[in-house]
Design a protein around this ligand. Structure first.
Ligand code: FES
Length: 292
């Protein structure tokens, strides 16, 4: 009941959050476009996990300490914690904006509500920090810290919606494979050299790329947000997703460029006696393991 109320409340923000989100996304794309290695770092490809999710706990924990110190009358400790909280908050925000760049539709709208709440909160916290430098009455800056904490809590709830309800930055193959694959016939008769070809192996859609005698096979659904890799391009031994530009190494499925922070499920392919091909999932391999 409460969750439905919050969902309706968030959806009602679409009036302003959609246009603001579209505008912000265009700005961020312009900024991150020429800074691909920086975005790659901020997305967390190197970590095998979205960096924003890892960083976002830090300011919440530190802001909680600010409240505790304020309630205990530890003004100096509260001020130091607040300063550190703001730094952590800014770091989490920068990483979050890298993820935000690749959102669309409802996830972008809800992420805009999330980022707006967090942005207002950090401004309030900065105001609180500045006011604490005065030696006078500390009531207002302390009250501001409480207001900021309320906004951060609300923002964290909305951010949780973006991930847990809308699946943003979640591995699209998290539940797809639970065991060893078995050989399954591919529904293609021709695999031309160096051209991505979509094929079905049972219920799974694959992208096949022939390089000489080797046929590489990855799952066709991009681990980042479900883009069709078979409509992508081959770049430096990788296939590049047509939606947001993630790259996966053809030979291994390893992620080579963000926004994906997960590897792509890989298959092996062999010829059949009847002249066709069959494929099976390579187990113990790459998907989501972060092994590089
Ligand atoms: S769906 Fe986003 S990079 Fe593939």
């Amino acid at each position: 009941m409460l969750a439905r109320f919050f969902t309706r409340l968030i959806d009602a923000q679409g009036v302003w959050a959609r246009p603001l989100g579209d505008f912000t996304q265009r700005i961020l794309s312009t900024i991150f476009g020429p800074l691909r290695p920086v975005k790659d770092f901020l997305n967390g490809r190197w970590l095998g996990h979205p960096l924003h999710a890892a960083l976002s706990d830090l300011p919440i924990g530190i802001y909680t300490l600010v409240i505790v110190f304020d309630l205990l009358g530890q003004r100096e400790a509260a001020g130091i914690a607040l300063f550190l909280g703001i730094l952590a908050h800014a770091a989490a925000a920068v990483a979050g904006f890298a993820d935000y760049t690749d959102t669309s539709g409802r996830p972008r709208m809800v992420a805009t509500v999330h980022s707006t709440l967090m942005s207002v909160a950090i401004v309030i916290y900065i105001a609180s920090l500045v006011m604490r430098s005065n030696t006078g009455d500390q009531t207002v800056p302390i009250v501001l810290s409480f207001v900021g904490y309320g906004l951060v809590t609300a923002g964290a709830y909305v951010g949780g919606e973006v991930v847990y309800a809308l699946g943003n930055m979640v591995n699209r193959h998290a539940w797809r494979f639970m065991g060893a694959g078995k050989w399954q016939a591919l529904d293609v008769t021709e695999i031309p050299e160096g051209v991505p070809v979509k094929a079905k192996a049972g219920a799974q859609a694959l992208v096949l790329v022939r390089q000489g005698a080797i046929i590489h096979a990855l799952h066709d659904t991009c681990a980042h947000a479900g883009g069709p890799l078979s409509e992508g391009t081959i770049v430096d031994g990788c296939i590049e997703c047509p939606w947001h530009g993630s790259r996966f190494e053809l030979a291994t499925g390893y992620r080579k460029r963000s926004p994906t922070t997960y590897d792509q499920p890989r298959f092996e392919v062999r010829a059949t006696e009847s002249g066709g091909w069959e494929a099976r999932r390579v187990t113990g391999g790459s998907a989501g393991t972060g092994e590089h």
